[in-house]
Design a binder for this molecule. Structure first.
Ligand code: ARG
Length: 475
């Protein structure tokens, strides 16, 4: 960007224009032009509020309203003409408005500061961005639910410490990830409520001298209420930090899911195969088929965490209301939004299209994962759990020494350890399907409980939440 010839917004007290290198540093248009539609919409509401306050005549309001509507259309069509001298999106719009409607454009900024203006446009943008992300997250939840419905009978080893622990249903594991994203969707709803307040009318920091009805202005722009303190209104970027936190946590959840898939997709596990459409090959090794999409999910989680900590670090030292440091907020938030809006649909469709190898997951199950159930068998027959635990530990050792699975130990071996073992032990405690069915507690992996969980999940997906009904065009 070259040195501007005029500084329409603030040049009056300056004898010299800015150094071009300083100008390039200071200008934010490259980032904040994305706020164009939102800034024009807020300006239209401001012009009307100035009219109601008696500051502008009806014909001035009319001219500004029409000019700003035209500018909004130019942003929507991508035809808005930017100029070299535009410092930021607010400057650009005011300059363009002057070209379109002349004199009244010079009155639009009455009683307003870019400090309350920028944060108003940013909040309008973010409200829509949250709706889009909520839709993306919902679609991923839907993909996990569909996956769970399809994999309801697939027996897999459940892991703790990445060591086989107890048998579970694969559907139960998909649903574990579903609930994490359900909480993220709630977090988006919570954040949306704190985003949805109006700063406009706060001026630079102290409020405006004009008789502006801020409640009416809030209503006109679809905000729930005006902010209660003008200083806080222009300084507050909690909503941006919150947005970045929710984005980072979604990233972390995607990363944990991705790591699970990457492991299951290895030859060593062999539990799943990714669809060709969501895998990549190697330039050197012809046989390779790599899970790059999930690796990117895992990698981008790191970037999202960085965006959050970056903004928090920017905010922590700011003493006064608006400082130019705050200009850093939009880049971080836009990048987080773009990252997730690209990632979530790919992860959802990668899940929808992957192939599960149910024979392989069942084979992989180590019979020793039935040890807890063997202990429970003794507990049901009056043996204290701690004692049962110790006795079954001996049986695990014995099976290892004999080179057989726990379920293959003959009854006399079991009875040598405790006489309470009877012939029914094999079907009650040493059959993976039977022990699954006995995890029949609310939230457990028993097929009956899983079906309850699926019903609960389907109902949740039907709730629209506070979000816009349709995903908006990409903000
Ligand atoms: N480009 C600025 C931003 O993004 C707009 C606000 C500038 N306000 C000011 N007083 N310099 O934060």
């Amino acid at each position: 960007m070259s040195e501007p010839t005029t500084h329409a917004l603030w040049g009056g007290r300056f004898r010299q224009g800015p150094d071009p290198r300083f100008w390039a540093l200071n200008a934010s248009l490259a980032v904040d032009q994305r706020l164009g539609r939102y800034d024009a919409r807020a300006s239209r509401a401001w012009a009307q509020a100035l009219g109601r306050a008696g500051v502008l005549t009806p014909s001035e309001v009319e001219a500004l309203t029409q000019g700003l509507a035209r500018i909004e259309a130019e942003f929507a069509q991508g035809t808005f003409p930017f100029a070299e001298s535009d410092e930021d999106i607010h400057t650009a719009i005011e300059r363009r408005l002057k070209e379109l409607v002349g004199e009244p454009a010079l009155k639009l900024h009455t009683g307003r500061s870019r400090n309350d203006q920028v944060v108003t446009a940013f909040r309008l943008w973010m409200r829509e961005a949250i709706d889009v992300l909520a839709h993306d997250v919902r679609d991923l939840m839907q993909a996990l639910l569909t996956r769970a419905e399809a994999d309801q009978n697939v027996l897999v080893p459940g892991y703790t410490h990445l060591q086989q622990a107890q048998p579970i249903l694969l559907a139960h594991l998909w649903m574990a990830h579903f609930w994490a994203f359900a909480r993220d969707r709630e977090r988006l709803a919570d954040t949306r409520a704190r985003v949805n307040v109006l700063p406009l009318g706060s001026g630079a920091l102290a409020g405006t001298t004009l008789p502006i009805d801020r409640a009416a202005l809030a209503h006109a722009l679809g905000f729930a209420a005006p902010t209660p303190n003008s200083w806080d209104a222009v300084a507050d970027r909690d909503f941006a930090a919150e947005f970045l936190f929710v984005a980072a946590l979604i990233g972390v959840h995607l990363s944990r899911l991705a790591e699970q898939i990457i492991l299951f997709n290895t030859r060593e596990f062999g539990f799943i195969t990714l669809d060709d459409r969501f895998s990549t090959g190697s330039s050197l090794m012809p046989q390779k088929k790599n899970p790059d999409g999930f690796e990117l999910a895992r990698g981008k989680a790191g970037t999202l965490i960085g965006l959050l900590t970056g903004l928090l670090a920017t905010l922590k030292g700011l003493p006064s209301a608006y400082d130019k440091d705050l200009q850093e907020d939009k880049d971080a938030v836009f990048r987080a939004f773009d990252t997730l809006h690209r990632l979530l649909p790919v992860v959802a469709d990668s899940l929808r299209t992957l192939h599960v190898h149910a024979d392989r997951t069942a084979q992989a199950l180590d019979p020793a994962t039935l040890a807890t159930d063997l202990a429970d068998y003794l507990v049901e027959r009056g043996v204290p759990f701690r004692e049962a635990h110790r006795l079954v530990g001996q049986l695990v050792q014995r099976a290892e020494a004999l080179g057989v699975g726990l379920h293959e130990l003959p009854l006399h071996e079991l009875q040598a350890v405790h006489p309470a073992f009877q012939a029914d032990v094999y079907e009650r405690a040493l059959d993976p399907r039977a022990v699954l069915a006995r995890r029949d507690v609310l939230g457990g992996t028993a097929p009956r409980r899983l079906r309850e969980q699926l019903t609960q999940a389907r109902l949740l997906l039907e709730e629209p939440g506070p979000f816009g009904p349709e995903p908006q065009p990409e903000p």
